[in-house]
Design a protein around this ligand. Structure first.
Ligand code: FAD
Length: 475
């Protein structure tokens, strides 16, 4: 058949994984085609994920902080919320970043084909071109012949089957549209995405219930970290229902009526103006005809890869959310670099010692490497160093001393194997712990590193001092 483009490397999907792979491939001298169905590059992360959520979380964190200034003798009036302008701010942030990516693609001569792609065989992808701002499919198709392909088609939110199709029932993408501020809102799912959006909407004035099937929020984080977040946020939410699930929902003129089952189910059905379903994400593996290229996709839609990001087909790679947990942008980026390098003949492989997780809530909760829970489950003998921010001069000056910094060391090698931080800016602070784990640092290395005083960052050095049994006398 006809072939419209030929390339050495085809990348399917332009999220953090895909654009990183495409750019690295081009930098390594390859001729690259990047296929993307969205109007803009950046995937979920830039368009409907990491970035818009942080634009909103920044805004609401400032709103919350301003309220505390009265204690410092500085008073402001009640906030006046212009929701269209707030949405505009968020969209302008996305716009800056996606246009930046478009420029980077152009500078590297990466050919972007806009449309929905699927495999025809192990060397061809057919793209149904899209047009307009949205993803309107045209009748035009283009065929691309490739030598190597990198699948980076990502994931999408899971919707609960019993939820009515109604504009008042949204997933994270819908919640980020910020159409209006509901009076009463239900967040289904107490994971990072649900809690971040709950934080935004509660500061904007919504009265929020959270329902979670597990016996705790923020699954994956050590409970001591999560407890600090929970205590700080005790007044923020109406009702947090653990070990409970939404079981039925009905759209009525007055709102979405939701029934619950489980340990903490309310006496009867509850009525909400907005319901956010944040119960997880499902990979897009079943939608790209991978089987026609011989690539195995499991029943959930994941594609398995080796540590060089190769699928079962030698010249086809897969990266990012579509290869499995954790579904995080920074993991996708690093996998994208490995796939591009291996496709270009380099001997790279993915061997990260740690992949950090961050809940950008208020306070932030961040962790990297092994948690204490994982150490216990795996029978790893560990020692820890903990520095409570109640002894940090900077945290006290900031009026935010509820947090702590914890480092986890292997008891025999004394090397750092994990760490967790809860407090303002924890997500930024965890980077040093990530580096320490990758470098195989031990408590002495970290304790002897002179950190600037007074900063929240020095809490990492002092936690290492604590692990060594030294006096932590440096607020
Ligand atoms: P994606 O970003 O999903 O990109 C895949 C791309 O492929 C999409 O653009 C899609 O349109 C395109 N595509 C799919 N199929 C086709 C096809 N057949 N043809 C053409 N194009 C196709 N992660 C973090 O690390 N930090 C955060 O703070 C964070 N916050 C988040 C907040 C929210 C609300 C959400 C939803 C997610 C968040 N994530 C965060 C997760 C992060 O967005 C994902 O892990 C990341 O985007 C995955 O990158 P990816 O390249 O694998 O795929």
């Amino acid at each position: 058949g006809k072939v419209d483009h030929e390339c050495e490397v085809l990348v399917l999907g332009a999220g953090p994984g895909g654009y990183s792979a495409a750019f690295r491939s081009a930098d390594l001298g390859k001729n690259v085609v990047l296929v993307e169905r969205y109007a803009t590059l950046g995937g979920v992360c830039l368009n409907v994920g990491c970035i818009p959520s942080k634009a909103l979380l920044h805004t609401t964190a400032v709103m919350d902080e301003v309220k505390t200034m009265a204690k410092h003798g500085i008073s402001y009036g009640a906030p006046k919320i212009e929701i269209d302008q707030l949405r505009g701010y968020k969209d302008s942030v996305i716009g800056k970043l996606t246009s930046g990516l478009a420029g980077m693609a152009k500078a590297r001569k990466v050919k972007v084909v806009r449309g929905l792609g699927h495999f025809l065989d192990a060397h061809h992808v057919e793209v149904t071109l899209t047009s307009g701002e949205g993803q309107t499919l045209t009748s035009q198709k283009e065929v691309i012949r490739f030598e190597k392909a990198i699948i980076a088609a990502g994931s999408q939110p899971v919707m609960l089957p019993f939820m009515p199709k109604d504009p008042r029932v949204v997933d994270s993408t819908g919640a980020l549209l910020l159409k209006s501020i509901p009076k009463r809102m239900l967040v289904i799912g107490g994971g990072i995405i649900g809690l971040e959006m709950a934080t935004v909407y509660s500061t904007l004035g919504a009265q929020i219930d959270i329902v979670e099937m597990l016996d705790g929020l923020m699954a994956g984080a050590d409970r001591d970290l999560e407890k600090v977040w929970e205590k700080f946020n005790a007044g923020r939410f109406e009702n947090i229902m653990l070990k409970t699930r939404a079981s039925k929902a009905e759209a009525t003129a007055n709102g979405i009526v939701v029934s619950f089952e489980g340990d903490n189910a309310p006496a009867g059905p509850q009525i909400y103006d907005l319901v956010l379903v944040a119960v997880g994400r499902t990979p897009n593996g079943k939608k790209i005809d991978a089987a026609l290229a011989g690539v195995v996709v499991d029943e959930r839609g994941f594609i398995s890869v080796d540590n060089q990001m190769r699928t079962n087909v030698n010249h086809i790679f897969a990266i990012g959310d579509i290869v499995g947990q954790p579904m995080l942008a920074h993991k996708a980026v690093h996998e994208g670099h490995v796939a591009a390098e291996v496709a270009a003949g380099e001997k790279s492989y993915f061997d990260a010692k740690q992949i950090p997780s961050v809940a950008y809530t208020d306070p932030e909760v961040a962790w990297a490497g092994l948690t204490e829970e994982q150490c216990k489950a795996q029978g790893i003998a560990y020692e820890k160093g903990l520095f409570p921010w109640a002894a940090s001069g900077r945290a006290i000056a900031n009026g935010r001393d509820e947090g702590f910094t914890k480092l986890i060391f292997d008891a025999s090698s004394k090397r750092i194997i994990g760490g967790g931080i809860v407090g303002t800016h924890a997500g930024d602070l965890i980077g040093e712990v990530c580096l320490a784990i990758e470098m195989g640092a031990d408590a002495v290395d970290i304790a002897k590193t002179i950190h600037p005083h007074p900063t929240l960052g020095e809490s990492v050095g002092i936690a290492a001092e604590a692990a060594l049994g030294h006096c932590t006398d440096l607020p």
